[in-house]
Design a protein around this ligand. Sequence first.
Ligand code: SF4
Length: 442
Amino acid sequence: MFHVKHIAPNILLINPWITDFAAYNFWIKPLGLLRIANLLRRNGFRITLVDCLDYSAKTKRYGDGKFFKTKIEKPPPLKSIPRNFSRYGIPEEILLKRFSMLEEKPDLIGIASGMTYWYPGVFKAIEIAKKVFSNIPIILGGIYATLCPEHARKHSGADIVLNGREEPEVLKLISELTSFEPRTADSEFRTCLYPAFDLYPQLNCVAIATSRGCPLKCSYCASPFLAKGFFRRDPLEVVDEIEYWTAKYGVSNIAFYDDALLMDAPRHIIPILKEIIERDIRCTFHTPNGLHIKEMGEETAGLLVRTGFKTVRLGFETSNEAMQLETGGKVDNLAFEQTVKYLKRAGYSGKEIGVYIMMGLPGQSIGEVKESVAFVKEKGARPMLVEYSPIPHTPLFEKAKRMSQFDIENEPLYQNNSILPCQWDGFTAADYRRLKEELNRV
Ligand code: SF4
């Protein structure tokens, strides 16, 4: 007979380390994991959070900053890359100490995952959790688990790998595994669940998503695959959340983690920004994910300044018109020029307008990247290079597979943008270094 447990199970949720050649804390928070934490909590579970990334070496004025890092052995596939490899976040001994200080053994462990090529940090967290808490089921979810489920099932050591489940399914699964009946059926999970940021011992910044997914389909982007549709929250409900974190927890920095924050601006971002002004919410805002250039209007630009958006990033990627069309047509040069004008008229300096330029796309030449850099400078904004990472389940992945010298299909470590997976004679690692140096000199 199915036995229903009445003592609330204790769930340990872990956000693992980043393992990479470089990493920077742009207000990184495990939003998915924190939403699940809140959902479980509302349904009667007891939650403990251990975020391995909640350990910065140096934090800047706006709450971003360098992670603490520990140099580690390069995984064998990356041995030939002449750069140091590190684990970013909490030192291992402190993680062990935190585990040993837990008052009771968890009934179940949930682990999140980020970029596919950060899996060594995930595996390490699983290995340690297994050693410390033997015979406790471990569930692995998140981006890596969704994009590379077979790899994760084969190599991660997790008992269950979830690829792309929504919160209610996760709740159901955890209820079954712990034989615990949830308190409520939280049908409005999409709109009413704030991520459980209050589980952090200190909170000076939070990340907010006003929407999920993106209606566009750029060939290099996994958003359409990961989010399965485009969903937006009610603007007033978003401002309620902003007010909640600022008023109740004194949060002074908020990063918007939307993929499509400006989409349908008159019905979404404009009401949000106006309401922030109306309620006199004082906070600094950041948009580390690039904003949609075609969606920026004069009114939006003015409201961004008035509400306190300090970090403005535009997703431009390339000034090459053929490439713009080939990758999905999210941007054109005229719209870019117009957007920079709007932002400058609103009060941003050229230096404050960071423009992402993607480099290392399959078949892209160094000349094309240089042209894009020159174009952005000429229009008076600041070019910021972003290395292309081939992501499974994106349309461009097939082309990347053909053009890469690495086995990007079977080894996620080769999807790391730092190694320039699609470098070729027309775009070498040396070209890249020279271009970066040139940009840093200016
Ligand atoms: S517009 Fe941005 S989020 Fe949307 S598909 Fe393109 S790159 Fe991805």
